[in-house]
Design a protein around this ligand. Sequence first.
Ligand SMILES: [Zn+2]
Ligand SMILES: [Zn+2]
Length: 66
Amino acid sequence: MSDSKIPPNCYICEKKTDVDKLYYCICDIAVCNNCINSVKRNENTWICPKCSNENNSSKSMLFRTT
Ligand SMILES: [Zn+2]
Ligand SMILES: [Zn+2]
């Protein structure tokens, strides 16, 4: 296991989360599926807590850094 393959911890709760349950933003942070509810704007959109970018929920889950 190399460091680059380790998924980032959740930006909000800082817990280690399954890579499939993370939402990614272009600013290189990830939010877990528990915390995403607190930054969700509506069903399909969430606001990044770091850069305030508006992200599409389903699209942001497809972003993989690997
Ligand atoms: Zn979290
Ligand atoms: Zn962001």
